[in-house]
Design a binder for this molecule. Structure first.
Ligand code: WTA
Length: 636
């Protein structure tokens, strides 16, 4: 018998030891007993972190949608699979059963096929949080098309570069989206993007907001009439274990976004197994993850992990502040949510509004609370624990990444004693290591270093789309034979991990990873700008906000700085999206540089954080005098 469901701490340690000593036997048992295979594997694991090459369950055949949908039909056909809560609280929620989900996914799959999409083709999904988003994701998986979901807050430019990087053939979008009181013209954004996307052959448009949009003949199609005519039967494509399931773009510290590639079998096993344990999922639970499916959290813990376990998963279209800051709690009460999984930035935003919104709302259904996306500060942790969980619902502070596919370090609720701000212990099968700057592993407890993972796990990324070199450079070059996460961490006296934050040039703003390089590239496009550097600084709600240092060309000197600030943020919004806007922009005559011409971000970071007394030795700089100028004019 495999340990699919861990129930106490001793069992955790026992299973953990087994998973580390005999990973192949361990994962084979999990895979064997809890999933539906068309054909079993020939080999559980084949790996090499130097080349790097990682293969799980090689030789196996399956379709992930048969695991997420078909196998539940006999016993859970009438159970709610997707529970859709619309932006407008007066619009009825939709309870989509497994049976209905099956029909909708099959119809969508048939529409995609009719538009010429076949196994291995890439499909871009640019949709708000409506059922069609989950349905489209699953429909791609049904026919073996590789989905590339782009978060519907990204700009036309960002969308176009993602569509082109993976040569998508088709886009699924909607006329627009609702966000609180606002509507957003998504189709307009897609139209702009597609001016630069010659490979797109068709656009399928969901009618969500009933707005007037331009439909290009032969290219744009309203989705509903096509669905109405499609058959509700669609044979699942038989996929090999290592066939790509999806691409999801994430920011790197340099260059363009990375198309993270996840494959089928390992990702399925890992997301399903982590979901079951880390949320202590039971049959009649109602699981709600507030993330957007445009991010990995939504892929793994709104769609694949929950559905694979036959769970009811909530999809919320709106925002936490609409119609007021009690909306999350209204939804918890209305649908009797049992697991609530959100981000520290949302917790801080809600905490700021006070506890009045929580009063008169019945949150007693909640059993487990989750946090993800960035380190959770102590104050937010306690607010969450006291006011939402009433100190009865353990908080799982789950550390992981787009690249890891699923949760890597986290308490198991009711099993692992929690500790505020600590992600605690590695999940089953995960072998973390802390490394020093010389590349040596730091053993023992009460130490800190750079977080690496020593051994493969089924949910890990397999490559960067059409850029295996970058895959190797980014994750496997810093520390020989290890996967490098880009995060720093400490290990306390009992072996609990606390993630301290990024050690590279990725800044996490409101839980969104932003690379400094693409933002700087956008700023530098402004005709008056000569050079720029972005750093993060602590922000009460967002966790971090962006501080930009900008030098101007001569012609820019006389310009109105406030206008320039607006124009710079406008360019960033167009190139990347509003999430990447700068909170503060300081104009300066020069940036501090080393003698080899590298910008000294460490100093700029200190200044942005107001730590003027702690700038370290600046004498080795090429231009030490600018440090004083920048400090004097810093925006605090
Ligand atoms: C950060 C999100 C501290 C971390 C699933 C990581 C966290 C990056 C936590 C990945 C956490 C995520 N505590 N930091 N519980 N969860 N992070 O790819 O820096 O959007 O490397 O994946 O978020 O962000 P991504």
């Amino acid at each position: 018998m495999s340990h699919y469901h861990i129930k106490h701490l001793e069992e955790y340690y026992q299973v953990y030891r087994k998973s580390v000593r005999n990973p192949e036997i361990f994962w084979e048992e999990i895979a064997e007993e809890h999933f539906l295979w068309r054909k079993k594997w020939d080999k559980v694991l084949d790996w090499n972190f130097e080349t790097p090459e990682i293969k799980w369950f090689e030789g196996a055949q399956l379709n992930i949608t048969e695991n997420c949908i078909d196998r539940h039909l006999a016993t859970r056909g009438n159970k709610t699979a997707l529970l859709f809560e619309p932006n407008d609280p007066t619009e009825a929620a939709q309870h989509i059963t497994f049976q209905e989900l099956s029909e909708r996914v099959n119809k969508m799959a048939n529409v995609l096929k009719a538009k010429g999409v076949t196994k291995g083709d890439r499909v871009c999904i640019y949709l708000p949080m409506i059922p069609e988003l989950a349905v489209s994701v699953l429909a791609c998986a049904r026919i073996g098309a590789i989905h590339s979901v782009v978060f519907a807050g990204f700009s036309a430019n960002a969308l176009a570069s993602r569509i082109n990087d993976s040569d998508c053939k088709l886009v699924v979008t909607s006329d627009g989206s609702f966000r609180g009181e606002k509507t957003i013209d998504l189709k307009g954004i897609v139209d702009n993007a597609l001016e630069d996307c010659p490979g797109i052959e068709a656009v399928l448009v969901v009618n969500r907001i009933a707005s007037e949009v331009q439909m290009k003949d032969g290219m744009d199609h309203w989705l509903q009439p096509l669905l109405d005519e499609a058959s509700a039967e669609c044979q699942a494509e038989v996929m090999a274990a290592e066939d790509p399931l999806f691409i999801l773009y994430t920011s790197g510290s340099t260059g363009k976004p990375k198309g993270i590639v996840h494959t089928t079998a390992g990702y399925m096993v890992y997301t399903a197994y982590t979901f079951k344990n880390i949320f202590q999922y039971r049959e009649n639970d109602v699981f709600w993850c507030t993330a957007d499916i445009g991010w990995i959290t939504g892929h793994s813990y709104i769609v694949y992990g929950p559905l694979c376990n036959g769970a009811t998963t909530v999809m919320f279209e709106g925002v936490p502040s609409y119609p007021d800051y009690g909306r999350f709690w209204d939804i918890v009460e209305k649908h009797k949510v049992t697991q609530f999984y959100t981000a520290p930035t949302a917790i801080r935003a809600l905490a700021k509004e006070g506890v009045a919104h929580l009063q008169n709302r019945d949150l007693s259904s909640i059993k487990v609370l989750g946090s993800v996306g960035e380190p959770i500060n102590e104050e937010a942790w306690h607010w969450y624990d006291d006011n939402v969980g009433k100190r009865k619902a353990p908080i799982v502070d789950t550390w992981w990444q787009t690249e890891t596919g699923g949760i890597m370090i986290s308490p198991i609720p009711f099993v692992t004693p929690t500790k505020p701000t600590y992600a605690t212990l590695p999940f089953i099968g995960i072998q973390p290591a802390l490394m020093d700057e010389q590349g040596e592993e730091i053993k023992g407890n009460q130490v800190d270093g750079r977080l690496c993972i020593k051994f493969p796990w089924p949910g890990m990324l397999r490559t960067i789309w059409r850029n295996h070199e970058r895959f190797k450079d980014t994750y496997f070059s810093a520390y020989k034979g290890m996967y490098f996460t880009g995060d720093g961490a400490l290990r306390d006296e009992v072996g609990y991990y606390r993630i301290t934050g990024r050690v590279d040039d990725v800044i996490i703003v409101s839980g969104h990873n932003l690379g400094t390089a693409p933002i700087e590239d956008a700023i530098n496009e402004h005709p008056a700008v000569s050079e720029s550097a972005i750093v993060g600084f602590p922000h009460d709600i967002k966790g971090n906000a962006l501080y930009g240092y900008v030098t101007l060309k001569d012609s820019g000197e006389s310009r109105d700085h406030n206008n320039l600030r607006k124009e710079i943020n406008q360019i960033i919004t167009e190139q990347i999206g509003p999430i990447a806007k700068l909170e503060k922009i300081q104009f300066t005559n020069a940036l501090p540089k080393t003698r080899s011409g590298k910008i000294m971000r460490r100093i700029l970071r200190k200044i942005a954080q107001g730590e003027f007394d702690d700038l370290g030795d600046t004498s080795t700089l090429l231009n030490p005098e600018v440090v004083e100028e920048i400090s004097k004019n810093a925006i605090v």
